[in-house]
Design a protein around this ligand. Structure first.
Ligand code: COA
Length: 204
């Protein structure tokens, strides 16, 4: 840990942090690298992978803060099926109105618009053992200093305290750093249906 990264802290997000969620998501959305050039609308990845957690799961939205601004997050839900149903009713309809008429012009626009139109369905066979899921994203300057481990531990404690039986998370097949990180932290490879998925059970 450098002098710069030792002064960071973890806190729960508030409504005032929504812009930071969008920003951090964009800056790490290309398999961990900056995706600013890949989306014509900088909020597109955040609509899918960040903002709904801040809005609907504030108890499981933790930020890494440098004293002035958020520079990383771990976000998640204890119940992926219930979260997905809530987004279907209360999130996607509004986001579809916002992006209506948007013509894809940057490389990842079309994929994001397709996900907004047809969101990923939770994998039913994961629900009993791994009902929770999370996403973690730290801006490059604060990576590799132990804060990823601390953020994950904070989230896992919150999910266990809530009573979740276990957790799963998806990883881009090309994100070698993240795959090594999750393995090192004790997650198991439970990939299925062509998706790279890691999981951890909280109960024997
Ligand atoms: C992936 C990410 C969350 C990891 O966080 P980090 O702060 O860089 O990792 P840490 O420094 O906390 O590492 C924690 C431990 O994992 C180990 N580790 C990290 N990456 C590893 C790898 N690729 N292989 C093996 N071990 C690894 C570290 O050595 C450290 O070990 P220790 O605690 O036993 O000493 C972070 O790099 C990140 O946000 N990347 C960009 C966004 C991203 O890819 N998110 C994941 C999307 S699925």
């Amino acid at each position: 840990m450098t002098e710069k990264t030792s002064a960071l802290s973890i806190r729960r997000a508030t409504e005032a942090d929504m812009d930071a969620l969008y920003e951090i998501c964009l800056k790490t959305a290309d398999s961990g690298s900056d995706a600013s050039a890949l989306y014509s609308n900088p909020k597109l990845p955040g609509y899918i992978w960040a903002a709904p957690y801040g809005k609907f799961e504030p108890d499981f939205t933790f930020l890494l803060d440098d004293g002035e601004k958020a520079i990383g997050y771990v976000i998640g839900t204890p119940d992926t099926a219930a979260f997905s149903a809530r987004l279907a009713a209360e999130w996607w309809p509004d986001i579809r109105k916002i992006v209506a008429g948007m013509q894809p012009s940057a490389p990842l626009d079309a994929g994001a618009l397709e996900r907004i139109a047809n969101p990923d369905r939770p994998l039913a066979d994961l629900h009993a053992e791994y009902p929770a899921h999370l996403h973690i994203n730290i801006l490059p300057g604060a990576q590799s200093s132990g804060w990823g481990r601390r953020l994950i531990e904070t989230q896992l404690e919150a999910l266990k305290a809530h009573g979740a039986a276990g957790i799963h998370l998806g990883v881009s097949p090309t994100n070698e750093k993240a795959k090594g990180f999750y393995r090192h932290l004790g997650f198991e490879d439970i990939s299925r249906d062509g998706h790279v998925i890691f999981g951890m059970k909280f109960r024997a």
